[in-house]
Design a binder for this molecule. Structure first.
Ligand SMILES: Nc1ncnc2c1ncn2[C@@H]1O[C@H](COP(=O)(O)OP(=O)(O)OP(=O)(O)O)[C@@H](O)[C@H]1O
Length: 353
């Protein structure tokens, strides 16, 4: 039986350099349990943490203006049969009737959906409706109060840090800033490789430079996070979540969950990130098993451009439930009054602020 390692990068200064990171190592050892997962190899949840919470502001609502959506065939709106229901073998993650409350606040009240192999799914909905919460539940960082999370058809009992979880390598890119303040950009991006891989330092350094270039950052390797803008920090964190150990023959992670990856970025930086999110997604059978290619991803976003460029299917979360789902191009022509109000940014309608 091989092990699963959950690595959560937290916004604290745990270490400085490879070989002198006893604090970091003991943190991980004390907080991370190796898990037995059959023949799945060494597994890890990678949580990259990126900055800036964006609440639904009028400007954001405007980004959902129906006129801005490229609706190819409005007659197909609401035709949910377009959301394919093939065999169940390709379902990687399923949330089945999930409930979650924080104290007296009921956040999720029966959320059900499936994420299939190969899908690019967006979760949208009003602010505070539980989008980040459901991502954390999918990642196994929060347990549902009621309902089930099935990973490749098997119920996950408890959290990812509990034993006996069926195998799926999931990476979560948080919306909040969480770079290690006293580590350079190079050390932040290469953190897991420096700590866990057998790659030589110069190879990791080269890979870090290439990965930073992929998110549109050059020549920042030796800077500290405090010397970066908010948008740059966000891209550094994104680079950290997509850097892969090139000596391994397994894809890691297989599924990426992005929490508002483009919030607070300028339009061009958003495009870079959106295209990057697409580029690490495997396109077909030829990509299966290739390092640097993930099977599926889920993006929580309020950004119209991200929905348009980086997402194929949408789940609309409202008042604790998925009230609409469909292909991205169907969204703006939906007859659902909640969706219509959200798409138009109108103050009139069932959604009250
Ligand atoms: N750990 C927690 N303890 C208490 N309340 C929480 C916790 N996590 C989330 N909440 C509350 O749950 C609700 C949903 O939060 P969540 O972050 O999931 O919403 P969201 O839809 O992602 O919002 P936004 O679009 O503004 O990012 C909010 O009211 C939030 O304050």
């Amino acid at each position: 039986m091989a092990s699963l390692m959950v690595s959560v990068l937290l916004p604290v200064d745990l270490c400085r350099k490879r070989g002198s990171s006893e604090t970091a190592k003991s943190f991980f050892l004390n907080n991370v349990k190796p898990l037995n997962l059959g023949s799945l190899g060494k597994r890890r949840i990678i949580c990259g943490c990126i900055s800036s919470i964006s609440n639904l502001r009028p400007a954001d609502a405007d980004e959902f203006s129906a006129s801005k959506f490229n609706v190819k065939d409005s007659s197909k709106a609401e035709n949910l049969s377009l959301v394919r229901e093939p065999d169940e073998a390709d379902v990687l993650i399923e949330c089945r009737d999930v409930y979650k409350s924080f104290g007296e606040k009921h956040i999720l009240s029966g959320v059900s959906f499936k994420i299939r192999h190969g899908e690019a799914v967006g979760i949208i909905g009003p602010s505070g409706t539980g989008k980040s919460t459901i991502l954390k539940i999918m990642a196994g960082l929060l347990a549902p109060d009621k309902g089930e999370v099935l990973i490749r058809g098997k119920t996950r009992h408890g959290l990812i840090s509990d034993e006996e979880i069926s195998g799926l390598r999931i990476g979560l890119v948080f919306q909040s800033a969480a770079l290690f303040d006293s580590l350079t950009v190079r050390e932040n991006v290469g953190f897991l490789l420096y700590e866990n891989s057998t790659m030589p330092d110069d190879q990791i350094s080269k890979l870090v430079t290439e990965t930073l270039a992929a998110v549109g950052l050059k020549g920042v390797e030796d800077r500290l996070p405090s010397e970066l803008s908010g948008g740059m920090k966000k891209r550094v964190a994104l680079a950290r979540s997509i850097i892969f150990d090139t000596t391994k023959d397994v894809v890691e992670p297989e599924v990426l969950l992005y929490d508002e990856p483009t919030a607070g970025l300028d339009p061009i930086a958003s495009t870079v990130v959106e295209d990057l999110i697409r580029s690490v997604h495997m396109k077909g059978e030829a990509d299966v098993g290739k390092p640097g290619k993930i099977a599926s991803y889920v993006v929580v976003t309020h950004q119209h451009s991200t929905i348009k460029r980086a997402v194929d299917r949408l789940l609309f979360l409202y008042e604790g439930r998925v009230v609409w789902q469909g292909m991205t191009h169907e969204f703006s022509s939906s007859a659902n009054s909640i969706v219509q109000q959200f798409a138009s940014g109108s103050l009139d309608g069932p959604i009250k602020y």
